[in-house]
Design a protein around this ligand. Structure first.
Ligand SMILES: N[C@@H](CCC[C@H](N)C(=O)O)C(=O)O
Length: 294
């Protein structure tokens, strides 16, 4: 039976949205169905699916979020059908959708439930800012593409990340050591038993980096919000910045560390605040709607 869908993206990280407010329509949202929806030739196409469901109506959501704190829950799936705790670009698209459909009060912060807890979102015109919460800092690890290995920082943004810094002279170009990223980079499976999102970072200047990402469950995408946050945190640590560092903000205290992060699909601005919270700002749009029987 045909049911409604929408299509949206945040810096070209694209998603199929499935409105299922009372949790009745998509009880059987199994991995094969998600993969069919995300198929770019035989389906609608997307890096993932965002099911739009009331927290109160979805038992699995209530394991993570109190319905009194967030009316709406982002039930996120990667394009291979696997679950993830969090999606930074997805949650901006989700908020844009809630606003456009009149499902939340305009002009007020929007709380959205996720498997990584409640994220609070503020919308100002084209710009959507998400309080992504505190990063988890888990030390050093290593990743590899073919025979090239890099030390990497293990950062958790609700979901797992390995942030690898390119060496001087290396670039993100597909003919460089990172290559086409069609295959999953090698990583330490003891460190990441549930898989990992791997980011490669090139410095562009003070407060400015570029990255590419291979996402767990979706392959290389044109942007990853949680990945950009993990990158900014890892770069800030490498720069001796961040909430623990004695960075002079001009007022004699530790100031926020703000980074411009360029991705193949656009630019995100990430701030790690003195209060140890990561704020992500960037655009998000809904571009199509229709019905599907997939
Ligand atoms: N693209 C997302 C992250 C989606 C989830 C990720 N692939 C995972 O499995 O953790 C983002 O914008 O954060």
């Amino acid at each position: 039976m045909p049911y409604p869908f929408l299509k949206g993206h945040g810096t070209e990280n694209d998603f199929v949205l499935l409105p299922d407010h009372d949790g009745t329509l998509h009880g059987d949202l199994d991995p094969a169905r998600v993969a069919r929806l995300c198929d770019r030739r035989a389906g609608i196409g997307g890096d993932g699916v965002l099911r739009v469901v009331r927290t109160a109506a979805y038992a699995a959501a209530r394991e993570h979020v109190d319905p009194a704190e967030a009316e709406w829950f982002m039930d996120y799936r990667n394009s291979d059908g696997s679950l993830s705790e969090m999606c930074g670009n997805g949650v901006r698209v989700f908020a844009r959708h809630l606003l456009e459909e009149g499902l939340v009060d305009p002009g007020r912060p929007i709380p959205v439930g996720t498997r990584a807890g409640v994220k609070v979102i503020e919308v100002e015109g084209d710009r959507i800012t998400v309080d992504m919460g505190r990063p988890g800092l888990h030390g050093a690890t290593e990743v590899a593409v073919g025979a090239t290995r890099w030390p990497a920082a293990h950062v958790d943004m609700g979901n797992p990340h390995a942030v690898a810094f390119l060496s001087a002279g290396q670039t993100l170009a597909a003919d460089g050591p990172v290559g086409s990223l069609t295959a999953e980079p090698a990583y330490d499976r003891a460190v990441y038993p549930h898989g990992v999102n791997v980011e490669f970072v090139e410095r562009r200047g003070p407060g400015h980096v570029a990255m590419r990402v291979h996402e767990r469950g979706s392959g290389e995408t044109r942007s990853c919000g949680t990945g950009a946050c993990a990158v900014a945190v890892a770069v800030a640590l490498a720069d001796g910045r961040g909430p623990g560092a004695a960075v002079d903000d001009g007022a004699g205290g530790a100031g926020p560390a703000t980074y411009r992060v360029d991705l193949p699909g656009g630019t995100l601005e990430i701030t790690w605040t003195a209060e140890d919270r990561v704020l992500m700002s960037g655009p998000a749009v809904v571009v199509a709607r229709g019905t599907t029987a997939l």
